[in-house]
Design a protein around this ligand. Structure first.
Ligand code: TEU
Length: 530
């Protein structure tokens, strides 16, 4: 499967590169860095939403699906981006936010004006359920005029769309087809497994997610979406973002026999540092859970020949360089960056890497709540009463989405903007910046480039069978095709470990001493043929 060798580079446009000096990244900034991206070996760029939006959730609150927000540039800038990217062998993947739209969208405004057609585009209730918004608080907002509540699974300004309504589905197809016509070659569908709600609406258990996650009509809706848009267009790559899903459902979403999506994002492996499933817990890491989750998802997806996705980072996640066991010096940090990359991206699946990950960018430090920009972070801080301010700031430093959204570190001075960035830089610019990464031998950047080229050049690493053979402390797997077997051994710990094995040809040695035994220094890893 050729798609198993794809590498996608995710761009959060607001924080990538600003060319106007207004402190906000833009399309021309992306254009100016296309060669940089192509040089690393990526096949696609996935750009998070750039449609017209009040930006209450950084573009995931879309007010007009057909227009580029002038904040990011002109329509022409976008068309040029698509053309220039293609010239460098890079396809553009757009983010489609179809579970909800902004309350600034014309549909919602007309609904509020009392136009029944548009009121039916949304989900209303006289007796709201106890469902919780993903960003905190109740998921229903009261509208006095109708004496009814509308549903918002996310921010109060992100009203859920009523997919039961055929007109809504037709609108969605028109939107997707419009972007296909404009040359887009991929779609990432935001929280797409939340679009089918269970009727009649009931409280369900806990925060209510069992009432709308992988809901009753989800497969039907996705099949219909494909049939009316990208069906038969093999050029287009789709990935659905799945919230709180299961292996069983994902095998259906991305199954070759069905006609829904090409691949799925699932997030369980990124909750191994959530103590008792609580996102804001600190200083916790469950390695057993990580091994179990990675192993079961990989093997179960492989069994059914379903394409999996490989990722550590995105705009909603803290930086992987700062996650799990902390490194205590630069040398360890470098080994850790490389080891986690090796652990993830040599597995079976399409790789998604997030801007700055290739530089080893790290979490920011929250000294005060005024450092937070994200609506989720601010809500957490304001609504959480059982933690002290210090504890909350520590939690934000480890888990906030703002960690991923700090500006790209192009140079020791920043290099993201000539003005004041909309969100503050990390204070480690002199230690971590692109200029330095590119010119330093053995850097994280050079390792990412090497890894991408290695996987692309090896059928075995791309599509070979995966098998796992972890020990208590080491993460270990093999990739096998015909008579060739590669083995990956990773130490995620801050202590030295050893492993007895016969290595044939060593392909990458990231900090191991080799004798009869393999001695793995803290955070080291190795790739060899057996
Ligand atoms: O995120 C979906 C989602 O549920 C999470 O990743 C969410 O950010 C997390 O649970 C909060 O802890 C998608 C987008 O990626 C995210 O940026 C949007 O805010 C969200 O949907 C709403 O569109």
């Amino acid at each position: 499967m050729k798609e198993l060798g794809y590498f996608v580079y995710q761009i959060y446009p607001k924080s990538f590169k600003d060319t106007t000096g207004n402190g906000i990244g833009d399309i021309n900034g992306i254009r100016s860095k296309l060669e940089y991206i192509a040089d690393l070996g990526y096949d696609y760029i996935w750009i998070t939403p750039m449609y017209i939006s009040p930006q209450n959730d950084n573009g995931y609150d879309v007010a007009d699906y057909y227009k580029i927000d002038p904040l990011f540039g002109t329509e022409e800038d976008f068309d040029n981006l698509v053309i220039e990217a293609e010239q460098l062998g890079i396809k553009v993947m757009m983010d489609m936010v179809l579970n909800h739209c902004s309350t600034e969208h014309e549909w919602f405004k007309r609904a509020l004006n009392g136009e029944q057609k548009y009121k039916d585009y949304f989900i209303w209730s006289k007796n709201p359920t106890t469902w919780e918004s993903k960003f905190g608080g109740n998921a229903w907002e009261y509208v006095e005029k109708f004496d009814e509540h509308y549903l918002h699974l996310f921010d109060v300004t992100q009203a859920d769309l009523n997919w039961e309504n055929e007109d809504v589905r037709q609108e969605v197809y028109s939107i997707v087809n419009y972007w296909i016509k404009r040359g887009v070659k991929g779609f990432r569908f935001d929280v797409i497994n939340l679009i089918s709600k269970n009727y009649p609406l009931e409280n369900g258990t806990g925060d209510g997610r069992d009432q709308y996650t992988d809901g009753p009509r989800i497969h039907e809706f996705l099949e219909e979406l494909r049939a009316n848009t990208f069906a038969g267009n093999d050029d287009i790559l789709t990935v659905g973002e799945m919230s709180s899903t299961s292996i069983e459902e994902c095998r259906k979403y991305a199954s070759k026999e069905r006609s829904e999506l090409d691949s799925v994002f699932h997030f369980h492996h990124l909750k191994v540092d959530y103590l008792d499933a609580y996102k804001w817990s600190t200083d916790f890491f469950d390695f057993e859970m990580l091994k179990d989750l990675m192993t079961s998802w990989q093997l179960e997806m492989q069994k059914k020949d379903v394409v999996d996705t490989l990722f550590w980072c995105c705009h909603d996640q803290p930086r992987i360089a700062s996650r799990f066991i902390p490194a205590s010096n630069n040398e360890e940090q470098l080994r850790k960056n490389k080891s986690l990359a090796m652990m993830m991206y040599l597995m079976r699946g399409i790789s998604y890497m997030y801007q700055g990950e290739e530089l080893g960018m790290e979490n920011i430090t929250f000294n005060d709540i005024t450092d937070a920009v994200d609506v989720e972070a601010i809500n957490f801080y304001n609504l959480t009463t059982n933690l002290s301010s210090e504890q909350k700031l520590r939690a934000l430093s480890q888990k906030s989405r703002d960690n991923a959204r700090a500006p790209m570190q192009w140079t020791a001075q920043g290099g993201f903007t000539t003005g004041t960035p909309w969100i503050k830089y990390n204070d480690n610019l002199d230690r971590i910046n692109c200029e330095r990464e590119i010119t330093t031998e053995g850097s994280t950047h050079s390792f990412y480039k090497q890894l991408i080229s290695l996987k692309k050049s090896s059928e075995t690493l791309m599509s070979g069978q995966i098998d796992f053979m972890h020990t208590d402390e080491l993460f270990i797997y093999t990739r096998t095709l015909n008579n060739e077997t590669y083995k990956v051994v990773v130490n995620v710990w801050d202590r030295e470990l050893s492993y007895a094995d016969k290595y044939n040809e060593v392909i990458i040695n990231n900090g191991c001493e080799l004798s009869d035994m393999i001695t793995l220094k803290p955070f080291s890893s190795i790739l060899y043929k057996i």
